[in-house]
Ligand binder design. Structure first.
Ligand code: Z5A
Ligand code: MG
Length: 264
């Protein structure tokens, strides 16, 4: 704040004061106005610089995008195509999938699914979950480095398949709590008759009509506002367009948004 210039004591000084006081008052007001303007300009410049500094140094993370759906709905086909298309268009994108059958725990899951190894329902449920916990750090590191992850099945498969076998929803969700929450989940839907007509259905443990119908019902229970349900009964190219456009939108939006976790 600019203070008025001070004049002190005496007659002569009184006269001076009478003459100069209005002048100094005007100066003071003028300086005040000027300095306010200068201060405003300086603060504007400061805000401007801070905004751009933040923009330049702000960490833009990758998006975590999951494909879910029943057996044979085309998740693996589309996940790969989506990653390829994103990469071709300059997006740093990577494919991951669950179960990851290459880890120690994934090898046990693989044997179980190929009906080579018996396990309790609780045991296999926890193995599937552990398989995701094994990947949690690398998922978050990739996202924070700016890599978008396209993930073929995630916790929702874990819950849907176990609950479809008759296990409690609450029990099945518990081990997933704290895992990285996706920014977007595509739920690919396909009528059961179409599922059964698609190549390779029936070879593994869960590939049975009744099981798949139950799984569809559980997915309905799990849906949240960051899910997008998509009719998978269309050509691979048409489906890819829908997935690609929606993925780009989310990738643009995540920016500096912090990572969230299930199921909080
Ligand atoms: N599971 C679990 O219980 N708990 C968990 O936590 C997790 C999984 C993560 C194995 O999973 C099982 O594990 C699975 C759930 C359970 N059991 N079931 N059922 P997986 O992911 O390894 O399963 P998969 O062998 O890859 O099958 P899939 O994922 O269900 O299929 P898909 O990936 O959805 O479909 P696809 O392989 O891309 O395509 C299937 C066929 O359809 C193939 O011949 C394609 O050429 C064809 N196709 C694809 N798109 C189209 C279109 N648009 N039109 C016509 N034909 C198409
Ligand atoms: Mg698959």
């Amino acid at each position: 704040m600019v203070k008025s210039p001070s004049l002190c004591g005496g007659r002569h000084e009184d006269g001076v004061r009478k003459v100069f006081a209005p002048f100094f008052s005007c100066c003071a007001v003028f300086v005040n106005i000027k300095s306010k303007k200068v201060a405003q300009k300086l603060s504007f410049l400061r805000n401007f610089a801070t905004f751009f500094h933040k923009k330049l140094t702000m960490h833009t993370r990758g998006a975590f995008i999951v494909l879910e759906g029943c057996d044979r709905s085309g998740k693996s086909t589309q996940s790969q195509k989506l990653v390829d298309k994103l990469q071709k268009n300059g997006v740093d994108a990577k494919l991951i999938k669950f179960p990851d059958r290459d880890t120690e725990c994934g090898k046990l899951i693989d044997e179980y699914l190929r009906q080579k190894k018996p396990l309790t329902d609780e045991g296999i449920h926890l193995l599937f979950s552990t398989n995701r916990w094994e990947a949690k750090n690398s998922i978050e590191e990739s996202l924070m480095k700016g890599t978008t992850l396209i993930c073929d099945r995630y916790s929702y498969s874990g819950v849907a398949f176990s609950v479809a076998k008759g296990m409690s929803l609450q029990w099945c969700k518990a081990p997933e709590e704290g895992l990285t929450k996706p920014d977007l989940v595509f739920l690919l839907t396909l009528p059961i008759e179409k599922i059964m007509q698609r190549g390779g259905f029936g070879g593994e443990r869960y590939e049975k009509k009744q099981m798949q119908q139950e799984v569809i019902k559980i997915y309905e229970l799990l849906k949240e506002d960051y899910w997008l349900e998509i009719d998978a009964d269309q050509t691979q190219e048409a489906l890819l367009d829908v997935l690609y456009n929606n993925s780009l939108e989310v990738i643009r939006k995540v920016g500096g948004k912090p990572l969230e976790h299930l199921w909080t």
